[in-house]
Design a protein around this ligand. Structure first.
Ligand code: PEP
Ligand code: MG
Length: 669
């Protein structure tokens, strides 16, 4: 018998995907594996049971393993937990909060207008049209019992068909939203859940037919999950019911057919399951609203991925709207206007047409430079995580890579990638970018991104601990290998090196000395070397750093977190942690002034770079490059083209004098 203790570091705890990876890992072994949290102890091979523990971020669990392969199982679980349980950097963060037009995350339901309803904006955009209510038809069950063996067979056949259908659904969604498609992998996993199936079997043994046994078990499990005081787990109850219904329909032959009107509609429903949402036909559906549901539910996540405007949690008043009622649904503000007058309809139609036209025009001009109306050019680059992203970035109009997050090469594995392996990736990226500049950020781990093969003693505040360049300088062999790989790949394109989390000059000098030494050893070409500005200390010392570094790139995600002392992954504070806070802007201003005085350039590679309200301010502060996610490139370029630098400079000066982030946002329409 073996025992392990873990702290679950995933931002949303042991929720769907991390729990799935944990259970999948446990299932690979014969040993009996139990997981305990608080007063509950459950089978670690049952996804529903593990989800039902309700383990939150920072929660501790004890795992007991008993069996011939317990050592191997313990090792595998340790690696799985320490490598983030299948969540990469982006996914480790809490699910995005819906963002209102002013960029401030909102979770409260706004006040309903006189002639309308209000809910939580879950996916941005406008939908204008008649409503159509999607009703869940209750599946009718009979008492017919064909015998235990026959009922078991019926169950297995329905489960197999359900898995097949989920596989297909996942494949379809993958083309638009690969991240979100993984939700259906969780659904597939639920269909093999040991505890769930055991409970169904027992009921069949007790003379219930397959559909009765299945429905009763699903209801028990979903009710148990919904009763936990946790909005994320309540959303998982919807997943269980969704999977349950799918199999129930297969068992009873109930039809899935909906009699859709012959014109596009705004769907309203009590709730939509993830499968309902993923299968909505964009030709028929303009957007949707639900009476219940939260912005972190999978259906809301899918709606965002499919660019389908959505409002959730509107309340039962929504379902009183008769089919055909005209509405304007605003997925950003959460407001639904009912029977809008001709002027309101006209305005909404114009806004929608203008937004579509803007997106189309932006895409058409994605490969043109971003030059302001008064002829000032600003470079728009891409933030990427690997070679496949580089190909997409180049095809989407990126003028370079402003940030390659190399940690993705190091995550989810038991040993670090070799120098040759790294060299191959850097070479591919350099080549994919056709000679455009590529900034390779050296390994930025620690904090929220631990690695199993880099042992850091437990820290009370990992974000204030050994992370980024601090960690690499303490493990020079790791940095050396990476620098060798980058310098070897340098002749295949235009590479630049950037160090993360630099706080003082001694760190920069030590890291730069390693570059110089390795460059000499390899006889490699000289290449620009810069630092990220993401610690306030570095921003305040920018003029000092600028004498030695070749460039700066401002990591506004961390710079905001450290300036405002708000954890960037905090489930409730993250929304308030706004990079347009005047204190952050003053640090950006200091960085640009320090850099430009020494003839050096400054980029911004944090999320702020893609915020349309931030673009004029960053331009006005004198930032030379914005590095943004690949899908944002075209729109950011278009935004720059609509501005003048002179106006932007005036706006930036006003922003620097503001007292709050909201005041800054109010300046920008
Ligand atoms: C940042 O901190 O803004 C940044 C770009 O780095 P990361 O998000 O990878 O920490
Ligand atoms: Mg950072």
């Amino acid at each position: 018998m073996k025992q392990l203790n873990f702290v679950i570091e995933n931002a949303t705890g042991l929720h769907a995907r991390p729990a799935k990876v944990f259970v999948k890992t446990a299932k690979k072994f014969k040993s009996d594996i139990r997981i305990a949290h608080g007063s509950k102890k459950v089978n670690a091979k049952s996804l529903i049971a593990v989800l039902g523990l309700g383990v939150k971020h920072g929660g501790s669990v004890q795992v007991e393993l008993d069996g011939e392969d317990e050592d191997l199982a313990a090792e595998a679980l340790e690696t799985a937990v320490s490598t983030g349980l299948g969540e990469d950097d982006a996914a480790h963060k809490p699910a995005p909060q819906p963002v209102a037009a002013n960029g401030v995350a909102k979770t409260a339901v706004p006040k309903a207008p006189k002639d309308g309803l209000a809910g939580i904006g879950a996916a941005p955009g406008l939908a204008i049209g008649p409503v159509f209510q999607l009703k869940q038809t209750a599946v009718q069950l009979t008492d017919a019992f064909a015998g235990v063996a026959a009922e078991q067979n019926r169950l297995y056949e329905a489960l197999a068909a359900g898995k097949e259908a989920l596989h297909e659904l996942r494949r379809q969604l993958e083309a638009h939203a690969p991240e979100e498609a993984a939700i259906f992998e969780v659904h597939q996993e639920l269909l093999t859940d040991e505890d769930l199936l055991e409970s169904v079997q027992q009921k069949i043994q007790g003379q219930q037919n397959a559909e009765q046994a299945w429905r009763a078990t699903i209801e028990e499990r979903a009710a148990m999950m919904a009763a936990l005081d946790d909005s994320l787990l309540a959303a998982r109850a919807a997943d269980i019911r969704d999977v349950g219904n799918r199999v129930l329909k297969l068992l009873t032959g109930a039809s899935n057919e909906v009699a859709w009107p012959d014109h596009p509609v705004v769907v309203i429903a009590h709730d939509l399951t993830p499968s309902d949402t993923a299968t909505l036909d964009p030709q028929k559906v303009l957007g949707f609203a639900t009476a219940v549901g939260g912005p972190t539910a999978h259906s809301a996540i899918i709606a965002r991925a499919l660019s389908l405007p959505a409002v959730v949690s509107v309340g039962d008043g929504l379902l009183e709207l008769g089919d055909g009622t005209a509405v304007i649904l605003n997925g950003s503000s959460g407001i639904i206007q009912i029977n809008p007058d001709a002027a309101a309809q006209e305005k909404a139609k114009n806004d929608l047409a203008a937004a579509k036209k803007q997106q189309q025009a932006a895409r058409e001009q994605a490969h043109e430079p971003a030059i302001t109306l008064d002829n000032h050019r600003i470079e728009i680059a891409a933030n990427i995580g690997g070679a496949a992203d580089a190909v997409k970035a180049n095809a989407s109009g990126a003028e370079g890579v402003g940030l390659l997050r190399t940690e993705f090469l190091f995550l989810d594995r038991a040993t670090p990638p070799s120098e040759d392996e790294q060299f191959e990736v850097y070479r591919q990226i350099a080549e994919a970018m056709d000679g455009k500049p590529v900034i390779i950020r050296t390994l930025d781990i620690g904090g929220d991104k631990p690695l199993p093969y880099v042992q850091v003693p437990p820290e009370d505040n990992p974000f204030l601990g050994e992370r980024g360049i601090r960690l690499c300088l303490n493990r020079p062999e790791l940095l050396r290998e990476q620098l060798r790989a980058i310098l070897r790949a340098a002749s295949y394109g235009s590479l630049r090196i950037m160090f993360p989390m630099v706080a003082d000059m001694s760190e920069w000098r030590a890291a730069k000395a390693m570059v110089d030494e390795i460059r000499a050893e390899l006889n490699a070409p000289e290449l620009p070397v810069g630092i990220m500005i993401e610690i306030p200390a570095a921003a305040l010392l920018a003029d000092v750093f600028a004498k030695e570094v070749d460039f700066f790139s401002i990591g506004t995600n961390d710079l905001t977190q450290y300036t405002l002392a708000m954890d960037r992954m905090h489930p409730t504070l993250a929304g308030k942690s706004d990079g347009l806070h005047p204190a952050v802007l003053r640090l950006i201003d200091a960085t640009v002034k320090g850099a430009h005085a020494a003839g050096k350039w400054v980029g911004v590679c944090g999320e702020l770079g893609a915020d349309p309200q931030a673009t004029p301010i960053l331009l006005g502060l004198g930032v030379d490059e914005l590095s943004v996610s690949v899908p944002s490139i075209a729109m950011v370029k278009a935004k720059v083209r609509s501005l003048t630098r002179t106006e932007a400079q005036k706006l930036a000066a006003q922003a620097l004098a503001c007292a709050t982030a909201q005041e800054v946002r109010n300046l920008v329409v």
